[in-house]
Design a protein around this ligand. Structure first.
Ligand SMILES: Nc1ncnc2c1ncn2[C@@H]1O[C@H](COP(=O)(O)OP(=O)(O)OP(=O)(O)O)[C@@H](O)[C@H]1O
Length: 308
């Protein structure tokens, strides 16, 4: 069993009369890439701020690397690195000078550390650039570099791919995967780009208005979302009636575009097309589809809870 890095038990956070988190239970294990998903105002940043010590809970218990007493928790925060809200760079200093500044400020020994970090985040070539001349992608990488200076075991990243172009997104993704794989760094990451999170996360937590709707591993989610068969036919209504007659307990949906979506099909694809052919119905399109993370999330929000 992998060790717990974060255990949030019944965490509540109120800002005056605004409740940002309500009895939230979140568990992150060593080596996880934990994707926090939720609409604006769901409580993602607040949760991350509780982890970094930028805010404190008003109820419940937070454990970081097994410690929950405030002074021990604080000590363990030194084992984390974070980008929560934009890191402050000195615009007139170069990339290298900014990193050097933060190294000294945090009391991290060894000048070599800056060089190693620059190479790790792919900013060695751009180290002499002033921060006010950096692209968004370079800024995000520098932010990550500052977070990495203290050799964290846990990275907390609030929307680190926000505002990046497609190649910037791929660069950050590959960097995070490498850090996770090679250094076993546990990562908590939030993003509104679900198709991107899908390529990174090993566990998901879905927040809505301060409630944790669901926590599920990527593996389990994938199993649950075996998805549906999309079969577009010339006579969808008649085809739907035939489906029911042939397999009574089948779950399907007739879509506005002549397609019928068969949920979790139990038989080989041909069985469903043959049924149409046998009854003189034309098959226009046949495609096995997995539910995307985005579709799962939209369903979850609509229904509040899903069976898986
Ligand atoms: N310092 C604060 N004072 C008062 N209310 C706050 C404060 N910080 C956050 N909130 C409120 O708490 C709720 C959760 O905000 P939070 O920033 O955690 O959401 P989020 O999921 O990160 O949203 P986004 O995707 O927009 O970043 C919101 O209603 C927000 O207005």
């Amino acid at each position: 069993m992998r060790k717990y890095v974060i255990e949030a038990k019944n965490i509540t956070k109120k800002f005056g009369n605004v409740t940002a988190l309500r009895n939230v239970n979140i568990t992150v294990r060593q080596g996880d890439i934990y994707g926090l998903i939720g609409d604006n105002g769901a409580g993602k940043t607040t949760f991350m701020k509780l982890l970094t010590g930028q805010a404190y809970s008003t109820g419940g218990e937070l454990e970081l690397f097994g410690a929950y007493l405030e002074n021990e928790l604080e000590k363990n925060r030194s084992r984390t690195g974070a980008i929560v809200e934009s890191p402050g760079f000195y615009p007139k200093l170069t990339v290298e000078q900014n990193l050097e500044y933060y190294r000294i400020q945090r009391g991290i020994p060894g000048r070599k550390k800056v060089e190693e970090t620059l190479k790790e985040i792919g900013l060695w070539e751009g180290r002499k650039k002033k921060c006010n001349a950096l692209s968004m992608g370079m800024k995000q990488r520098l932010g990550l570099g500052i977070a990495l200076l203290g050799e964290p075991e846990l990275l907390i990243l609030d929307e680190p791919i926000n505002g990046l172009d497609p190649s910037g997104i791929v660069e950050i993704r590959n960097l995070l995967l490498k850090l996770n794989r090679d250094k076993n760094i546990t990562i908590v990451i939030s993003s509104h780009i679900l198709s991107e999170l899908e390529q990174l996360a090993t566990v998901y937590g879905f927040l809505s208005r301060g409630w944790l709707l669901k926590e599920i591993t990527a593996e389990k989610l994938h199993e649950c979302c075996t998805g549906y068969l999309k079969i577009a036919v010339t006579e969808p209504e008649r085809y739907a009636a035939l489906l029911e007659k042939e397999w009574g307990d089948i779950h399907y949906q007739v879509m506005p575009d002549n397609a019928v979506h068969i949920q979790n099909p139990q038989l080989p694809t041909e069985a469903y097309s043959t049924l149409a052919f046998r009854n003189g119905i034309g098959v226009l399109e046949l495609e096995q589809r997995h539910m995307t993370l985005e579709e799962y999330y939209m369903n979850l929000k609509e229904r509040g809870r899903l069976s898986c």
